[in-house]
Ligand binder design. Sequence first.
Ligand SMILES: Cc1cc2nc3c(=O)[nH]c(=O)nc-3n(C[C@H](O)[C@H](O)[C@H](O)COP(=O)(O)OP(=O)(O)OC[C@H]3O[C@@H](n4cnc5c(N)ncnc54)[C@H](O)[C@@H]3O)c2cc1C
Length: 472
Amino acid sequence: MAFLLHDARGLERGSRDVAAPEQRRASRRLWRVDLLQAAAVATVAVAVALFLADGGAMAIGDPGGALTALGIVAGLVATDLVLVMLVLAARVPLIERAVGQDAAMGLHRRLGKPVLVLLLAHTVLLVAGYAVADGSGLIGEVVSLWNTPDIPLAVLGLGLFVAIVVTSLVAVRRRFRYEVWHGIHLLVYGAVLAALPHQFSLGGLFAEGTWQRWYWLLLTITAFAAVVVYRFGMPAYRTLRHRLVVEAVEPVEPAGDGVVSIRLRGDDLERLGATGGQFFVWRFLTRGQWWQAHPYSLSAVPRGGALRITVRALGRGSAGLASIRPGTRVALEGPYGIFSEASRSRSRLVLVAAGIGVTPVRSLLESARFRPGEATVLLRTRSADEGWLLQEMGELCRARGATLITIPGARGAGWLSADAERQGLSLVEFAPAVLDSDVYVCGPLGWSEAVVAEARAAGLRPEQIHHERFDW
Ligand SMILES: Cc1cc2nc3c(=O)[nH]c(=O)nc-3n(C[C@H](O)[C@H](O)[C@H](O)COP(=O)(O)OP(=O)(O)OC[C@H]3O[C@@H](n4cnc5c(N)ncnc54)[C@H](O)[C@@H]3O)c2cc1C
C-alpha cells in the first residue's frame, strides 16, 4: 500500500456532548456573521427609505420624475455598497473574527460588478430622466450636466471605478503584477472622494437639515475612519511597537526546492494575539523587498518572543527571501484569518494539506484543542518520506496523538494520488470520523477545491469546512 500511516494510536473516544464548546462557539460566530450581513443590508434599506421619506416618493408622478428617482436610488445603493466594500477591505477586527479576511475579500470582489452596473444605470437613468423632464434631447442634457459644478469630478470618479473593476476581472488581473494591480485598486479611495461632492451639491438631495445629509456623512466618515485606523494605522502602530527583525533563515528539507523557514524576533509578540493557522502580510525592509508586501502563514505557533514562517520561492518576492539577512527590519500587518481555532465547530479535526499549504496546517495542528485520537492529518506528498516540514509534522502528530497519513505519488484526476484513485479511496476512508469533524484544507487552488467538493458531497455542513487560499 502506498499510503503511510505514520501514527494511528487507536485512542478514539466517543464523541463529546452535542453542545461541545466548539459548537457553541461556532453558533456564536455564525450569529455575528448574520448580524453583520443584516447591518450591511440595513444600511442600503435605510438609504432608500430616507430618500423616499425626504420627498423622493412624491417625485415619481410622471415619466421624467420616475426615471430620475430610479437613477437616484441606483446611485444611492451603489454608493452604499462601495462604502460596504471599503469596510470589508479595511481589516476591521469585528469582521475579521467573524468571517476572516478571505471571505470578507471574496464578498468585496463579488460586489464590484453589481456596483459598476448600478453606477452606469445611475448615470443613464438620470440623463434620461432630466432630458424627459426638460423636454431637451439626450446630447443637450449631457452638455448641460457637464457644465454643472461637481459633475466632471463625479465622472472622473466613475471612470476610476470602471478602471478598477475592469482590472479586477480575473482574465485582466492575471496580466498584472500583484503590486501594479493593487496600486490601481487603491484609486478606489480617490473614486469615492471624487464622487462625494456632487451628492451633497446636486438637486438638494442632501440639503442641510435633512436626515439624509447626516446619514451619508455618518456612513462615509465611518467607512473612511475604519480604513484609516485598521488598514493603515494599526499596521504602522504594530510595526513600530513590536520592532520585528529577521533572526534566522533556514533551508527546509528536501534541500534544493527553494523553501526556507524564517524566524523573526520582536518585542511583546504575544500581544499580537496571533494563533496557529493565521497569517500576516510581511514587508521586509531591505533593498528589492521594501516596496512589496506578501501574505505568509505562521508555520509555528508564536512562542518565546519568536514568529516563524515557511516560504516557497514562487516569484521574485518570495525567491528573494532565501537571501534575506538576519537583522533585517520587518513591517507587518495582521494577524488575519480564521483558518484557526476561531472557526472550530466540532471537537474532531481533519487537516488536509498539499505542497506549501502545509504551513498553516502545521501551526494549527500545534495550537488546536483536541484529545488524542481526535485529529487526522492527510498530507499529499511527492513520496512517502519526502515533503516540506514532514518530519516536524510526524513529531507533532506523535506528541499530540494525531494520526498522520501521507498520500504520495503522481497526481490523480482529483485531489488524491493516481494510485489512491485507482484503489477507489476517498476522504471518508482516510478519515472515518470526517462527518463529525472540522475539515481544514490548504494547498493549490484546484486541488483544494476538489477536497472541499468531496467533503461537501460526503455531507459535511458548510461551517465544518475551512479553506485557506494562497492566491489573490
Ligand atoms: C493568506 C495567504 C497565506 C499564504 N501563506 C503562504 C505561506 O505560508 N508560504 C508560502 O510560501 N506562500 C504563502 N502564500 C502565497 C504567497 O503569498 C505568494 O506565493 C507570494 O506572495 C508570491 O509573491 P512573489 O512576488 O514571489 O510572486 P509573484 O510572481 O508576484 O506571484 C506569484 C503568485 O503569488 C500570488 N501573490 C503575489 N503577491 C501576492 C500578495 N501580495 N497577496 C496575495 N497573493 C499574492 C499571486 O497569486 C501570484 O500569482 C500565502 C498566500 C495567502 C493569500
